[in-house]
Design a protein around this ligand. Structure first.
Ligand code: ADP
Ligand code: MG
Length: 675
């Protein structure tokens, strides 16, 4: 140990809440259930809202049903006997400043009966026909808990908001000892208050605006630190890792463009230009390609893979499930054969000959089983949010490949920059021209017979269809059996006379492939499927889909499922069958209505965000975003953008300015178990 170095002073705010006077193990335990362990946690536990309570001059001014706070003096008080043993009613008579007498009632606060007549009170509650029902009171006339802006804390039954408030009050002075990671110069430039002042203002604001500004200050800092972590990690990667610079696209890519039966859309061209620019350098590409289902991402991904092949190296395309990997293989293989490029499929159950393969398609088994990827120059990871952060990192760090992540669950760009802050983001916002948006209807269960009649009409016209079975959460086996049974039932009932196959996750890989081939060739009319068809299945002749019990699926999932139709030139339809509207939760209704209203994945992602909250959004959990204390993603778009800009600018600043920020960013990362 270096004797000369000063011992770091023990910062009190980092101590357990029990170091506060009046907080014992019992309260500490209740605080812990809210995620509050240290004094710091406590002062950083800011209100989620504020009540604004006015004082009424007199009970006489209150209408029945009106809520208010009234200043008064106790005349008399007693516990009123009731028959119910666990119900204690305390009844009092009080006199307000105007001399008006009022009967007031508390429930389950028997100890109040000991209050002496003449005690000054502030009572908050509601006037009803029998008097005034008190929901909150305080002794004396100051009005901390019953007047003005009253903070509402995230609380529990055992530890209600007003108790938290008292605890916070006691701890607040210690907030001054917490470091303020924002450099003074930045604070001055951006007009930001000191951290301790922001914390104090969040707990006891002078106005709602005051409170909001305080939260925004804390949120900005939080986002800034998160972004700095991302940017730093990205820079570190760029410094350590070297990828092969792939130069300019050449003859193979020309042939690829010619072989495609269509011309690329401007959006696809733009994505390709960005990828080309990434690939031309040694810094490993770390790009996220966002685009709705059917927006033409795979075409772009194959372009990137072929760039590796052209350079005499390998490309790998990885998917989260075997079905998806097989689908990709089926898509990629024919065009590669035409170009003379050898493709191999590699999943847990299928191991093709890898000898001489130039493009490998597989599940993450590709990385896990350490397939020789030494020659790997470009990796495409489809639906990357399903890959663990670890797998992503293994690929990115170990092999020094250029990595393109693809997601068909687009999230708003600003959010993507936070969630996937260590990636560059490209989006394909518009699908290829000429494609008609899928028409979606929402049908109640009683009318599902009509839905099948419509479906059969498509089949009679030579089209194909999907029926998606209800979501079963217990297990894949049970779900598989349910799908088989439903297919059997439909063969005997609504779909009698048609060729019906059932697709689910329990099929062996070869069976699944055979089934998909059959469907693709048109030897099957209908696929009755579980959510395994969610991604990847691409049969342009399929023009109608019925989703059974659609209310049980998530918004993103339904949108993915819907993306299986509308892939050809024909008008396609998606019929969402659910229980009657009245029986659904409001959220389920809004979900289904949103799907009827729009085909735009980005718009749906916004709705999803609003309905489910940020923590639930796909992919955000593993990013640590769910742990943000001060940020409300749906509300704080501007803040996210600003934090990103600031983070990038800050990295050019001196060590001195950056140091406290970096240390804080590291503290937070360690705290989240990121490191
Ligand atoms: P994604 O991977 O984004 O879901 P795909 O790349 O699989 O989308 O494309 C969906 C369908 O659209 C495929 O059948 C593909 O051949 C077709 N497609 C892709 N790009 C174009 C384009 N520029 N013009 C016409 N069709 C296209
Ligand atoms: Mg695709």
């Amino acid at each position: 140990m270096d004797q000369g170095a000063p011992k770091p002073r023990r910062v009190e705010p980092e101590r357990s809440v029990e170091s506060l006077s009046g907080v014992g193990p019992r309260i500490a335990e209740r605080l812990a259930s809210l995620g509050i362990e240290t004094v710091r946690d406590l002062v950083e536990h800011i209100p989620r809202a504020y009540l604004d309570w006015d004082e009424a001059a007199s009970f006489a001014d209150l209408a029945v049903g009106q809520e208010a706070t009234v200043r008064c003096k106790l005349a008399r008080i007693r516990v009123r006997p009731t028959r119910r043993r666990n119900l204690k009613v305390v009844e009092g008579v009080v006199v307000d400043a105007a001399g008006v007498e009022e009967k007031v009632v508390w429930f389950n606060q028997a100890h109040l009966a000991k209050l002496a007549p003449g005690t000054e009170l502030l009572l908050h509650g509601t006037r009803d026909l029998n008097g005034f029902k008190v929901t909150r009171h305080e002794l004396g006339g100051v009005g901390v808990h019953t007047l003005g802006l009253v903070p509402e804390y995230p609380a529990t039954e055992a530890l209600p908001s007003y108790r938290i408030r008292s605890l916070v009050e006691a701890a607040l002075p210690l907030a001054r000892r917490l470091p303020d990671p924002l450099p003074a110069e930045l604070r001055a430039r951006e007009g930001l208050p000191l951290r301790a002042d922001a914390i104090a203002a969040a707990h006891r604001p002078e106005s709602i605006e005051d409170a909001e500004a305080a939260r925004a200050r804390l949120g900005l800092e939080e986002l800034l630190l998160l972004q700095l972590g991302f940017v730093r990690r990205r820079e570190a990667l760029a410094q350590e890792a070297r990828a092969t610079a792939l130069g300019e696209p050449g003859e193979l890519l020309d042939r690829y463009r010619t072989a495609l039966p269509f011309t690329l859309t401007p959006e696809q061209e733009e994505a390709i230009a960005q990828i080309d620019s990434d690939l031309s350098g040694e810094r490993p590409m770390q790009r996220l390609l966002q685009g709705d289902v059917g927006s033409g991402k795979t075409v772009v991904a194959l372009y990137a893979l072929l760039r590796a092949v052209e350079h005499g190296r390998q490309g790998a395309l990885m998917a989260p499930t075997e079905t998806l990997a097989e689908q990709h293989f089926l898509t990629v293989e024919p065009i590669c054969a035409e170009l003379g490029v050898r493709v191999s499929l590699q999943t847990g159950s299928v191991k093709h000959d890898l000898e001489g393969a130039e493009i490998l398609v597989g599940t993450h088994a590709l990385i896990q089983e350490g397939v020789a990827l030494d020659d790997l120059a470009v990796a495409v990871i489809d639906e990357q949010h399903r890959f663990g952060v670890e797998q992503r990192r293994a690929l990115a760090e170990g092999r020094s490949a250029h990595v393109l992540h693809m997601t068909a669950t687009p999230i708003p760009r600003t959010l993507a920059q936070t969630v996937y802050g260590d990636l560059d983001v490209t989006e394909i916002a518009r699908p290829p021209r000429g494609r008609q948006p899928v028409i979606t209807s929402w049908v109640s269960h009683e009318r599902s017979a009509e839905a099948y009649t419509r479906l059969c009409r498509h089949l009679d016209d030579g089209r194909q269809a999907y029926v998606v079975c209800p979501l079963v959460s217990e297990s894949e086996t049970i779900e598989a059996r349910a799908a088989e049974q439903e297919a059997d039932r439909l063969r005997r009932a609504e779909l009698r006379g048609y060729r019906v196959g059932s697709l689910h996750g329990r099929l062996r890989s070869a069976e699944r492939r055979a089934l998909m081939d059959e469907f693709k060739r048109g030897d099957l009319d209908v696929l009755v499927a579980t959510t395994v068809i969610e991604v990847g299945v691409d049969v342009p002749n399929a023009t109608i889909m019925i989703v059974q019990e659609a209310d049980r699926f998530g918004l993103a999932q339904l949108h993915q499922l819907r993306g299986r139709v509308g892939r050809g030139a024909e008008q396609s339809y998606c019929l969402l069958v659910s229980r009657p509207k009245e029986e659904l939760t409001e959220e389920a209704q809004r979900r289904l209505q949103a799907l009827v209203d729009t085909n735009d994945g980005f718009a749906l992602a916004e709705v999803d965000l609003e309905l489910r909250g940020e923590g639930q959004l796909l992919g955000t959990r593993q990013s640590g975003l769910g742990d943000l204390k001060f940020v409300r993603l749906a509300r704080d778009r501007q803040l996210i953008v600003k934090a990103r800009e600031l983070a990038e600018r800050l990295l050019d600043e001196d060590e001195e300015v950056l140091d406290p920020l970096v240390r804080e960013a590291e503290r937070i990362e360690n705290h989240r178990g990121f490191a």
